[in-house]
Design a protein around this ligand. Structure first.
Ligand code: MSP
Length: 507
């Protein structure tokens, strides 16, 4: 069985889950649901990033200990993912013992390899990014001093202390060689090129410990220091497969197939992380799929920018699957997307209410009127058979390259063609008989295939559609590519109409 291990970033618990977090998590959920349909042995991991200065400060502001603070927020992420129908196989918190054991193991290995050394450090630090900046990377303030974080537009802080450093500068050639040997590891290509650019522009050693902070994992050989939050956080991907448990069992699930990440955390994931792994003698992941930002009013949605949209509020308005579909279909993965209510409703009405919902409703209506409510057999030579074959191939290619919007557009080509087939044949105008039966059989068979192909994006809708056309069992138990082959609809199944799957929404 093919193993398929996918991760989301682990989210900082200084903020409650918002649309920006939901974005990557829904992409990961849909991608891994697709792979389950392919019969892969899937592991889908998400979790929370709970150490570091940002969290310590948030806890102080809330007048509670960092542990109490993280204990109060982490479950909100788990609950949000449940409400969004996210089928993660594991949820990791960086405050768990299994995680701390993995961090200690990775640190020790890099230290033993001679790639972690003590040094003096002075630099400018953005607490929101948990990242050091050089002057030439910062924006200038009103007095012309380079001290503004380019992402958070707030002042950085000056830190000076004795730190342990990871000797990243030693890995420049090794990283470039590795990426040259694995040219498709980062997708989409333009985002990967940005990472290669970062490596080529020269790598500086980075500080991996702090003495001025105690909310973190202590260094195994010097417990006056706690680990830098990114070194800590990245290790979650290994911790969740058992790295650090004293055995090599983690190798059953490692390397990961895809780390899904936002474009703002490419440096840490595509430069720091593979270098840390190389130092520790662990294979780098097989792939990174790098997404853009979901913007709201032109800015990255974030607590700091004050433009947070709560995904759970949107579900109340548009339905869970309408929301999931919008997130997956509206923006090509890798590009930025602009979230607007008009955009959400527009896409819902056109693709879901008018296309898929309308197709399901008109098929059920005609079958009720002209076929006694019982499904009929598809024509093996239907023109829709070739469309379905192509739609499957293109849908599969879309998911294989982590391009959900392309995958869904390919699935929709079958929906559009089926609506077209009905419009050309106008079975509602014909007398009951063989011609009507054949056309309706074609449409039911197309809907059966559509139900399977839309499952990753809209699990509830897929199952509802499956049951309405009278299929038994569950969509999740179907296996591709077999389930996409034309001609499997069971004639004589009871077709039911039910309420509109996607009632039109007025703007
Ligand atoms: N804790 C780190 C990740 C550590 S992974 C080892 C972190 N957390 S975060 O909560 O700030 O953001 C996590 C991810 O969510 C980032 O990839 C970021 O790009 C993504 N998003 C946060 N806001 C977003 C949008 N508005 N749009 C799209 N993605 C966004 O960084």
């Amino acid at each position: 069985m093919t193993r398929f291990y996918v991760t989301t970033p682990i989210y900082y618990v200084n903020a409650e889950p918002h649309l920006g977090h939901a974005y990557t998590t829904i992409i990961g959920d849909a991608l891994t649901r697709w792979h389950r349909l392919l019969g892969d042995d899937v592991k889908f991991l998400t979790g929370t990033d709970e150490h570091g200065l940002k969290i310590q400060q948030a806890a102080e502001a809330a007048n509670v200990t960092p542990q109490e603070f993280t204990d109060s927020i982490a479950p909100k992420f788990a609950e949000a993912w449940k409400k969004l129908n996210i089928a993660n196989d594991d949820f990791i918190r960086t405050t768990e013992p299994r995680h701390k054991a993995a961090v200690a193991e990775l640190l020790q290995r890099c230290y033993d390899a001679g790639d972690i050394e003590l040094d003096k450090f002075a630099g400018k630090y953005c607490v929101a990014c948990e990242e050091y900046y050089q002057d030439d990377e910062l924006d200038k303030d009103t007095e012309g001093e380079a001290n503004q974080c380019p992402i958070h537009h707030r002042a950085v802080e000056f830190f000076e202390e004795e730190n342990y450093f990871f000797r990243l500068s030693r890995f420049e050639d090794r990283l470039l060689d590795w990426y040259a040997a694995h040219p498709t590891a980062m997708t989409p290509e333009q985002r990967g090129n940005e990472a290669i650019g970062l490596i080529k522009s020269g790598l500086r050693d980075f500080s991996i410990s702090r003495t001025s902070l105690d909310w973190g994992v202590p260094l195994p050989w010097d417990d006056k220091h706690v680990t830098y939050v990114w070194y800590d956080a990245l290790t979650n991907y290994l911790a969740a497969v058992g790295f650090g448990d004293g055995t090599d069992a983690y190798k059953d699930n490692w390397p990961a197939d895809f780390h899904l990440i936002g474009k703002d955390i490419v440096r840490q994931h595509c430069v720091y992380w593979p270098a840390m792994l190389m130092s520790a003698g662990v294979e780098p992941p097989k792939g990174w799929a790098i997404g853009g930002w979901l913007l709201s009013g032109g800015e990255k949605m974030s607590k700091t920018a004050g433009n947070v949209v709560n995904p759970l509020d949107l579900i109340d308005d548009i339905g869970l699957d309408g929301f999931r579909y919008y997130v997956l279909a509206d923006t090509a993965y890798g590009n930025d997307g602009d979230f607007t209510w008009e955009g959400l409703v527009g896409r819902y009405n056109s693709d879901l209410a008018n296309n898929l919902g309308n197709l399901a409703a008109r098929v059920a209506t005609v079958v009720a009127k002209k076929c006694d409510g019982l499904g009929t057999a598809p024509d093996p030579d239907s023109p829709l058979a070739a469309v379905a074959t192509q739609a499957y191939a293109d849908t599969a290619a879309g998911w294989a390259t982590v391009q959900p919007s392309r995958a869904l557009d390919a699935t929709w080509s079958l929906i559009r063609a089926t609506n077209g087939h009905l419009e050309v044949n106008e079975p509602w105008k014909s007398e009951p008989g063989a011609d009507v039966d054949r056309v309706m059989g074609d449409a039911l068979e197309a809907l059966r295939i559509v139900a399977v192909l839309v499952h990753p994006a809209m699990p509830d809708t897929a199952q509802a559609l499956w049951e309405r056309i009278g299929m038994t069992g569950n969509v999740v138990d179907q296996r591709l590519p077999a389930a996409a082959a034309w001609g499997q609809y069971t004639a004589g199944s009871v077709v039911t109409k039910g309420d509109a799957l996607f009632p039109r929404i007025k703007l």
